[in-house]
Design a protein around this ligand. Structure first.
Ligand SMILES: [Zn+2]
Ligand SMILES: [Zn+2]
Ligand SMILES: [Zn+2]
Ligand SMILES: [Zn+2]
Length: 366
């Protein structure tokens, strides 16, 4: 995904991965372990703890969003972490999400343009040891075998039990069985992994319009059928309308599977993008989206995550305390500032929920 100079929205869709979603492929993805843009400097559990339950959060989404400006952002990834425990979000959603921006210049020691441009001394930077469960920095080690790293006590315990490390510790197990148990453990802790593929909003409709002239009337009635939600329906019934929700429904209707709307615009652009609100309430104030503390510039909307993403997370929606949102808005420093020796810059997430009107409408559709 990349910033644009106009108000085009790039849509993201979840798909089973075609190739491994590993760092060298610069993936955009849901769930799994983070693919670190900077393999030497990776996040610690302490930086990603839920401020309600204090457990390490897990990766919700990462987007690879390279930019032309500044040169330090030639490679750029945004990481969104969240606590898996819905009750933490009920207590304070602000304390249950974290967003980080990580970037690298074109010439960097980890992803050189051509291998020969580096001499052999700089080439071998050792990647940081990762927690075998979640991929955060593995600053702790199993004290019995000194073979496995963990980010936290929590994941060490999880790996000991559901990862069967109690069997594999200090034994020579076949790697395939160990790996099978590791994957089982990760499956319990992490969100399932999907690739995020993109498409420009409105692109296939333009194509359709070209064809449309052939069966003109037909096409017109079809396009009307796609927009069953008219304000006048509500005006007649006197029901209080959530106008933002109706607008939202209309806009996403042509692409009901979209999980992400990518809005970021180039830094010179004057018109800051507006989110597609899912409701008239719960909008952030100017104070909520404070300026970047590093460069003082404003933060603008980069992308939004829709509630359709929840369908891919294998969470139990019937549970009272399951994870939920109307949309998640991610705001980032407009100027993409680079701070020397700071590998991760915190950015802002804002959660907007559906109004009761919107929720009732969605329920009726089911
Ligand atoms: Zn929590
Ligand atoms: Zn971990
Ligand atoms: Zn061990
Ligand atoms: Zn900044």
């Amino acid at each position: 995904m990349a910033a644009s100079s106009t108000a085009v929205v790039e849509l993201g869709f979840a798909e089973p991965p075609e190739s491994p979603l590993i760092a060298e492929n610069f993936p955009s993805k849901i769930g799994g372990r983070p693919a670190w843009l900077n393999p030497e400097h990776i996040l610690l559990a302490e930086q990603v703890r839920c401020e309600v339950c204090c457990k390490p959060m897990i990766l919700l989404v990462q987007l690879y969003t390279p930019e032309d400006y500044p040169p330090e952002a030639f490679h750029r990834t945004i990481y969104v972490f969240c606590c898996k425990n819905g009750s933490c979000h009920k207590i304070s959603w602000r304390k249950s999400f974290k967003v980080f921006r990580s970037q690298l210049p074109k010439n960097n020691i980890y992803w050189p343009e051509n291998e020969s441009s580096l001499d052999s001394t700089t080439k071998k930077k050792s990647p940081a040891k990762q927690c075998i469960v979640c991929g955060l920095l593995g600053s702790k080690m199993c004290g019995k075998c000194n073979q496995v790293n963990y980010c936290s006590k929590e994941h060490q315990i999880e790996h000991w039990t559901s990862g069967q490390h109690k069997i594999h510790c200090n034994t020579i197990s076949t790697t395939s069985i160990t790996e099978e148990h590791n994957n089982h453990c990760r499956k319990l802790v992490l969100f399932p992994e999907f690739e995020i593929v993109t498409e420009q909003e409105g692109k296939d409709q333009e194509e359709e319009e070209d064809y449309g002239e052939r069966d003109g009337d037909n096409n017109l009635s079809n396009s009307k059928a796609l927009v069953p939600v008219g304000d006048e329906v509500y005006e007649n019934t006197g029901v209080d309308v959530d106008k933002a929700f109706l607008k939202f429904q209309k806009r996403i209707e042509p692409y009901p599977e979209q999980i992400i709307r990518y809005n970021r615009i180039e830094y010179e652009s004057e018109n800051n993008p507006e989110p597609l609100w899912v409701s008239d309430i719960d909008k952030p104030t100017v104070q909520d989206i404070n300026p970047c503390p590093h460069c003082g510039q404003e933060r603008t909307l980069e992308f939004q995550i829709l509630s359709t993403l929840l369908n891919y997370l294998e969470i139990d929606h019937l549970q009272q305390s399951s994870l939920d949102w109307g949309t998640l808005l991610i705001y980032s420093c407009k100027y993409n500032c680079h701070v020397e020796n700071m590998y991760y810059i915190n950015e802002i997430l804002w959660r907007q929920n559906f109004s009761d009107d919107g929720l009732n409408w969605k329920r009726n559709l089911k």
